[in-house]
Design a binder for this molecule. Structure first.
Ligand code: NAD
Length: 368
């Protein structure tokens, strides 16, 4: 089998700053854990627009198709706000997601012990929380036809269509069952089968896949509105949640905020397994390019480093190393080291982006 590969796309704003810290982590795993990884790097977003007049070139797209995984920093910034939609930095993200057919968006909500104070919920509700929301990303109401604004009976009507085929539901259900199998073997599927036909089909298909292919995973169903309530009432009842594009958009943001800062949230978007068995994949922090702090060495690199931990687990089959990295982050936080976004009422030792990366590498080394 060929050496596993990674394409790094730092992007704009704080993207390059946080990515530099991921580089340190990759180098540590290469030197100390026998990680073989063919790493290449390219520009994307505003950075690519400045050089090439397009947010992502055909060459970069071709590379993204070839590699096992893409790790993206963030794109965008005020400088590009007035550009035509077709060349806006965010177009690069949409193109990558669409052309790599990344239909399963994984958003973990994991609460590090030292950061429970940042959650809006009580510490006992979130301490030790570790759940995963899988959002269908390439279909549903954001893409369904017909859509648009038409005029009917002398007034305008806005139209969007929720539409799911069986195969679209099947593939995201399978991806979610597979994840649940690697975790605590519990999957909760959320829709609104009480009022939407697409929800009825969603429930039927997920149940069928569960019964026939994953009898070892405990499957439950919940209406998405009830699911939203349960997520803030007692989130630890969940392990993996699978839901459609629209509900997933909302529920994953709710779950993310259970855990505190935007600077801590990773994500993964996965497609179908390729010939080598690995899914097409893109990993990225949830945050944007944070123009307000860019270039100041203040950004928290943990979301991007945790995104790389997800790549270790889901693209490179190195779950043990992913855990090692998450434990190192837990230790650094427990030691009280904090980038500005994590300095709450209980204080801590303020440090910058590079120091946070160095501390995580030191924690990796001390656990060896
Ligand atoms: P943002 O996530 O960039 O920033 C929101 C706030 O959170 C800011 O105050 C920022 O300083 C802070 N923040 C974000 N990441 C942080 C980190 N790692 N460490 C410390 N603080 C952090 O969202 P925004 O301000 O709405 O958007 C800024 C730009 O980023 C826009 O151009 C937007 O289009 C783009 N954006 C890109 C992505 C992406 O690339 N995936 C996602 C969201 C927004």
């Amino acid at each position: 089998m060929s050496t596993p590969s990674l394409l790094i796309l730092p992007g704009d704003g704080i993207g390059p700053e946080v990515m530099a810290e991921v580089r340190k982590v990759i180098d540590w795993f290469k030197a100390n854990r026998g990680l073989e990884l063919d790493v290449s790097e390219d520009i994307v977003g505003g950075a690519a627009y400045d050089v090439h007049g397009t947010p992502i070139t055909e060459e970069t797209m071709a590379k993204a198709h070839e590699v096992d995984a893409v790790l993206l920093g963030a794109v965008g910034g005020p400088k590009y706000d007035d550009l035509d939609f077709s060349v806006k930095p965010e177009r690069a993200l949409l193109r990558l997601r669409k052309e790599l057919d990344l239909f399963a968006n994984l958003r973990p909500a994991q609460c590090f012990e030292a950061l429970t104070q940042f959650s809006s919920l009580k510490p006992e509700v979130v301490a030790g929380l570790d759940i995963m929301i899988v959002r269908e990303l390439t279909s549903g109401v954001y893409f369904g036809e017909p859509r648009g604004i038409i005029t009917e009976n002398n007034e305008r009507v806005g139209i969007n269509t929720q539409r799911y085929t069986e195969s679209e539901i099947e593939r995201v259900a399978r991806a979610s069952f597979e994840l649940a199998r690697k975790r605590n073997k519990k999957l909760c599927s959320m829709e609104k089968a009480n009022v939407m036909e697409s929800g009825v089909l969603w429930r039927e298909v997920v149940q069928k896949i569960g019964d026939t292919e994953y009898p070892d995973v405990e499957l439950s169903h919940m209406y998405a509105d009830a699911g939203a309530m349960q997520l803030v009432r007692w989130p630890k009842q969940f392990d993996v949640i699978v839901t459609d594009n629209l509900f997933g958009d909302l529920l994953s943001d709710v779950a993310a905020m259970l855990t505190g800062s935007l600077g801590m949230l990773p994500s993964a978007s996965l497609g179908a397994p390729r010939a080598n068995g690995r899914p097409s994949a893109m990993y990225e922090p949830v945050h944007g390019s944070a123009p307000d702090i860019a270039g100041q060495g203040k950004a928290n690199p943990i979301a991007c480093i945790l995104s790389f931990a997800m790549a270790l687990r889901y693209s490179y089959d190195r779950g043990e190393d992913a855990k090692r990295l998450e434990d190192a982050i837990e230790k650094v936080l427990a030691d009280g080291l904090r980038t500005g976004d994590l300095l709450g009422p209980k204080g801590g030792t303020p440090i910058g982006t590079a120091e946070m990366g160095d501390a995580i590498v030191a924690a990796l080394a001390s656990a060896q």
